[in-house]
Design a protein around this ligand. Structure first.
Ligand code: FAD
Ligand code: NAP
Length: 314
């Protein structure tokens, strides 16, 4: 028979929000159980240098997450390698079902499921995913040594991906749908200063071009945002970096969401409309979406859960 684990606090997600919630909930003697999901460590595990984590001028994203994990575990968080596939918030204790058949019941739940890469939704993008189309330069950049690649997007991720790819590619072309980037100024300067980078402004990706035998990318057709005029650019890889969507599928029918799926919480808190249920990090934050703000919200969620449980409402 499948195993059932009861915990006072169930934390779903192992990014900065989840691990920080684990640290605080453990130190409040709540013996939390943290389910790590299919991306242990979260989004920072697919990047390289993190330069805005206070206390570290520069730290590798995966290293930072290994340290956060160790910290949460050392103070008493039980870490579970599982992925939650269903969550019932209709009655207490709340119930979660894991991918491996386990059941978790909890007096309080901290949802820290973060966000995942957004795709354009093109047929050709789907066709060449894993065959020249990627959303992770850190994972796949190495395959493009000496080749030309395209990066689509104009935010921090796109600029960081483009800069990272210059280490391998002979040329990196950033394609952005407007005539200015939203990435932070220091990153923009690095991009503009890099001789391997070309920027194509005011264009969108219309189609990824490629062959079938072997399946692979040979170029892209771009369209001008206003005139619709198209042009073809040769490249071996296309990196999509157009932002992230909140991973709120587990609660989309149970909690209010806004701005494209972000879980609504009380202003200045992490409490959702269901007492005992909290949302922290990128799953609720459509504004800042930073490691440090996610960690901060993880702390808030654990402290709010502790108060809720100690007031005897559970
Ligand atoms: P995430 O890090 O997204 O983690 C979500 C977690 O939830 C994962 O562990 C996943 O496995 C788990 N999960 C999801 N669904 C389930 C489920 N159903 N069951 C169980 N677990 C689940 N921010 C910065 O401050 N500085 C940077 O330099 C920086 N660089 C970045 C570079 C890249 C390429 C990207 C993509 C983001 C970067 N960010 C950076 C943003 C930062 O990574 C995020 O703001 C932060 O990771 C969000 O933390 P989180 O804990 O909310 O969620
Ligand atoms: P983002 O800031 O939302 O930027 C997404 C970019 O993609 C925007 O430039 C947007 O264009 C473009 N875009 C969106 N949809 C598009 C479409 N359909 N077609 C073409 N272009 C499209 O996302 P992000 O860069 O992934 O960053 C997410 C969060 O993580 C941000 O809060 C960011 O600060 C954080 N982050 C931080 C760092 C860091 O601190 N170094 C690094 C990476 C990420 P418009 O500009 O026209 O809207």
């Amino acid at each position: 028979m499948a195993e059932t684990t009861h915990t006072k606090v169930l934390i779903i997600g192992s990014g900065p929000a989840g691990y920080t919630a684990g640290v605080y909930a453990s130190r409040a003697m709540l013996e939390p159980v943290l389910v790590e999901g299919i991306q242990p460590g979260g989004q920072l595990t697919i990047t390289t240098e993190v330069e805005n984590w206070p206390g570290d001028t520069e730290v590798q994203g995966p290293d930072l997450m290994v340290r956060m994990r160790a910290h949460a575990e050392a103070v008493g968080t039980t870490l579970v390698s599982d992925h939650i596939v269903a969550l019932d918030l209709s009655k207490r204790p709340f119930t979660a079902k894991g991918d491996i058949g386990a059941t978790y019941t909890a007096d309080a739940v901290i949802l820290a499921t973060g966000a995942q890469a957004r795709w354009l939704g093109l047929e050709s993008e789907e066709k060449y995913k894993g065959f020249g189309v990627s959303a992770c330069a850190t994972c796949d950049g190495f395959f493009y040594r000496g080749k030309e690649v395209l990066v689509i997007g104009g935010g921090n991720t796109a600029v960081e991906e483009a800069l990272f790819l210059t280490k391998f590619a002979s040329k990196v072309t950033l394609v952005h749908r407007r005539d200015s980037l939203r990435a932070e100024a220091i990153l923009q300067k690095r991009l503009f200063d890099n001789p391997k980078v070309e920027i194509i402004w005011d264009h969108v990706l219309e189609e990824v071009l490629g062959g079938d035998n072997p399946r692979g990318v040979t170029g892209a057709r771009l369209a001008h945002r206003d005139s619709g005029e198209t042009r073809e650019v040769g490249c071996a890889g296309v990196f999509i970096a157009i932002g992230h969507s909140p991973s709120s599928e587990l609660v989309k029918d149970q909690l209010e969401t806004h701005n494209g799926g972000y879980v609504v919480v009380e202003p200045g808190k992490t409490a959702t409309a269901i007492p005992g249920v909290y949302a922290a990090g990128d799953v609720t934050d459509h504004v800042y979406r930073q490691a440090v703000t996610s960690a901060g919200m993880g702390c808030m969620a654990a402290l709010e859960a502790e108060k809720f449980l100690s007031e005897g409402d559970a």
